[in-house]
Design a protein around this ligand. Structure first.
Ligand SMILES: NC(=O)C1=CN([C@@H]2O[C@H](COP(=O)(O)OP(=O)(O)OC[C@H]3O[C@@H](n4cnc5c(N)ncnc54)[C@H](O)[C@@H]3O)[C@@H](O)[C@H]2O)[C@@H](O)CC1
Ligand SMILES: [K+]
Length: 514
């Protein structure tokens, strides 16, 4: 896992390093600019020097742009540089680099129409976006409208018929914290960030205009010599399972736990079977489906390795949970809301590692605190955005404000619920009540678009329950579960349906070297 930072954390790290005397802002800016130039060469090895249009803004992002202009010029590029704003008002380091650039070439005053026309006429070369970076919290100013539209038009051309677009730190107009398109945002083939990637590079806020990962292209991170200590409260990007998922040769099935998946009534058992199969495939020693009597025949016709028991109500669940070998529960998929209202309190009474999904969440939409009062630290809630809105309407509402991120919303929800919350999406956030958080981004090169299919969430709930049956802690099970789920989808590829996901886990495990 690697660390990703908010803009405030990044600013804090830079300011501390500068205040300690370890480095100057000017040195950081030089390394940042040099890092961008090096990453351009790595990402586009076939790109030979021609024309680079460099767009510089009024802050330090623009300062990086002047450094990049100077270094690209040294490498033989013809530079056309435009500056948005008054050079006299540039912050000191950016001003120094502006003045250095003027010894080489001009800084044209910003002319939105001219820039737009110029970009539209480019069929090759490079565009460098150093207009705004992590400092922007407002919509793009009106002076960038044509430029933004021209970039948008380039995006729809084949890459061989247009310039490469490189964002300094993050495309202008994208919130580094929430990934939101603040209004009129640019996009890039390559975003080169400094020290650590920012939250906004990997989040993907729903709706239009698109922002976040969809606008950042490939994300590269360059070291600019800042201290490597992890930031307090930093968020981890889940790049692979954080725990070893293999089994020891001496293991016994009873040593790998026994997961109980609670099923809905007759004709509604498919979701529970998907979850149960995922729990078994992910390595739980035993898996049992508990269903109402009228659903037993349907399940029996379809199950072999998964066991089956009749379970009419919450009272009988309390009885079943006298068996301490049942160590992980999964409730919600296909459960039905009235059965969920009866079974969830009994399940939580049992204080087992428990996944609550789907109907087990929606059943408490009328009175979320009733649910929160019963939750404990071995529970994982796995809402999608709609279920999240039902349980946490105020946090969901705040997500409409551009600077408030899904990471902060999931953290606040976990603190309120007193358990792990996994907030689903192409960007899945996992948070616990202490503020610990991780982000699994099935975006960019990791995209798994075929996961948007019926029953895929049921499989995720089962994977997490299976991992908890095996003894993994709720946070690790949720984070590793999100990764396995997306890896299984990528391994199958187009045409995926939920039934395929558990069947791909063996290949994913082999690829992990288990
Ligand atoms: N601080 C440092 O030491 C370093 C900063 N670096 C660069 O600095 C960037 C952050 O720089 P800043 O904090 O100066 O912020 P930015 O350059 O991202 O942009 C903010 C600037 O634009 C102004 N502004 C904001 N919204 C505006 C609007 N709608 N219309 C007009 N002006 C607006 C702000 O007042 C501020 O001057 C990073 O993204 C990175 O590229 C790098 O050089 C590495 C070192
Ligand atoms: K930028």
């Amino acid at each position: 896992m690697s660390e990703i930072l908010s803009s405030a954390q990044m600013r804090g790290i830079e300011q501390q390093a500068i205040a300690s005397g370890a480095v100057t802002g000017l040195e950081l800016m030089e390394r940042a600019g040099a890092g961008v130039v090096a990453q351009i060469a790595t990402a586009f090895p076939d790109l030979s020097p021609s024309t680079a249009v460099i767009l510089c803004g009024p802050g330090n992002n623009g300062g990086d742009g002047f450094v990049i202009a100077r270094l690209l010029h040294q490498r033989g590029w013809a530079i056309a540089l435009y500056l948005l704003g008054d050079p006299a008002r540039l912050p000191p380091d950016a001003r120094t680099n502006h003045d250095r650039w003027l010894k080489t070439g001009p800084a044209h005053p910003w002319d939105d129409r001219q820039i737009g026309d110029r970009l539209g006429a480019m069929t090759s070369g490079l565009v460098v976006d150093g207009v705004f970076g992590t400092g922007l919290t407002r919509p793009m100013p009106p002076e960038t409208t044509h430029t933004s539209q021209a970039l948008d038009a380039l995006r729809h051309r084949t890459p061989s018929a247009r310039p490469r677009v490189v964002a300094v730190d993050i495309p202008s107009g994208i919130s580094a914290d929430s990934g939101a398109n603040l209004g009129g945002a640019f996009w890039a083939d390559l975003s080169v960030s400094f020290h650590r990637a920012k939250w906004g590079h990997y989040l993907e806020p729903a709706g239009l205009p698109e922002g976040g990962a969809a606008c950042c292209g490939q994300v590269a991170v360059v070291d600019i010599g800042l201290p490597q200590d992890p930031a307090p409260d930093s968020v981890q990007l889940v790049a692979r399972p954080a725990v070893f998922l293999g089994k020891s040769a001496q293991g016994h099935k009873y040593g790998h736990g026994h997961a109980l998946v609670l099923s809905g009534g007759a004709g509604k058992g498919g979701a529970a079977r998907l979850a149960a199969r995922a729990a078994l495939r992910v390595g739980a020693g035993l898996v049992t489906i508990a269903a109402p009597q009228p659903a037993i025949a349907e399940h029996a016709a379809q199950l072999n390795a998964i066991m089956l028991t009749a379970l009419p109500d919450g009272y009988s669940l309390r009885g079943l949970l006298q068996d301490t070998r049942l160590n992980a529960l999964c409730l919600g998929p296909g459960l039905g809301q009235s059965r969920a209202q009866d079974l969830v309190p009994a399940a939580l009474w049992g204080r087992r590692a428990t996944v609550l999904d789907a109907d087990a969440l929606s059943a408490f939409a009328e009175d979320p605190p009733l649910l929160f009062g019963q939750l404990h630290d071995k529970v994982v809630l796995t809402p999608h955005m709609g279920e999240f809105r039902r349980l946490f309407p105020d946090l969901s509402e705040r997500l409409h404000t551009p600077a408030y991120s899904k990471i902060e919303a999931a953290r606040a929800a976990a603190a309120r619920a007193g358990c792990v919350v996994l907030l689903k999406g192409p960007d899945t956030v996992i948070a616990d009540p202490s503020g610990r958080a991780a982000l699994h981004a099935a975006t960019g090169a990791n995209a798994a678009p075929w996961l948007a299919t019926a029953g895929s969430g049921d499989v995720l709930a089962g994977i997490i329950a299976g991992l908890m049956a095996r003894g993994f802690a709720p946070f690790e099970a949720a984070a590793s579960g999100a990764w396995l789920h997306a890896a299984a989808a990528r391994a199958f590829g187009p045409g995926l349906i939920a039934e395929d996901l558990p069947e791909m886990l063996p290949q994913v495990f082999r690829d992990l070297g288990l």
